[in-house]
Design a protein around this ligand. Structure first.
Ligand code: FE2
Length: 199
């Protein structure tokens, strides 16, 4: 019987040890019961579920309002074109800036959030406006109404967070409520004295 050269023996032994080591790592990973999307928990699982769900619905409303505000920015016309075009763009940017903090707050507390445009459509409470033409006065009135509703939804979520002592989400929402109330103020002033369906 031919003898195995000592160099080959050594390689074989090392290879086997390496394979066993990798298998152990995989086995250890598989034995973990933690779901892959779990994050450090600061709240009870009930609070996490309720708050993440409320934040995700607010996020869907924010994306819907962002796109409507951009829609009006792109399609506004008339003698106040420049004022409204610029105001809608500023407001859209402010609304878009809320989206990442809302989504990341839902993840930070251990929940999940939006996955797709279809998911937004299923959750949004603020309606789209796909009309071919909208009078500038009607754009202002519609955005005023949508922002007022968004502020009310944020206050409801703030109350929910208060019930669960989630002060960080409350603080985030307080800033967003203030910004939304500023948008409401600007839209209200811009539409003062205007007739619906007029310019
Ligand atoms: Fe633009």
């Amino acid at each position: 019987m031919a003898r195995t050269p000592s160099s080959q023996k050594s390689t074989k032994t090392k290879g086997t040890a390496k394979t066993k080591g990798a298998a152990n790592i995989v086995a250890r990973r598989r034995s973990r019961s933690l779901p892959r999307l779990e994050t450090p928990a600061f709240l009870s699982s009930a609070a996490t579920g309720e708050i993440a769900s409320a934040l995700t619905t607010l996020l869907a409303d924010s994306f819907a309002l962002y796109l409507k505000t951009k829609n009006f920015h792109w399609h506004v016309s008339g003698p106040h074109f420049r004022d409204y075009h610029l105001m809608f763009d500023e407001q859209a940017a402010e609304i878009f800036a809320m989206t990442d903090p809302l989504a990341e707050r839902a993840r930070k507390i251990g929940g999940t959030t939006l996955r797709s445009v279809g998911h937004i459509g299923r959750l949004q409470r603020l309606p789209d406006n796909d009309a071919d033409y909208v009078e500038p006065a009607d754009m202002l009135a519609e955005l005023l109404d949508d922002n007022t509703r968004l502020a009310a939804f944020m206050r409801q979520t703030h109350d929910l967070c208060d019930d669960h002592d989630d002060v960080a989400t409350e603080s985030l929402l307080e800033e967003f409520i203030d910004q939304t109330e500023k948008r409401i103020w600007f839209l209200f002033e811009a539409s003062r004295g205007m007739q619906s369906s007029g310019r």
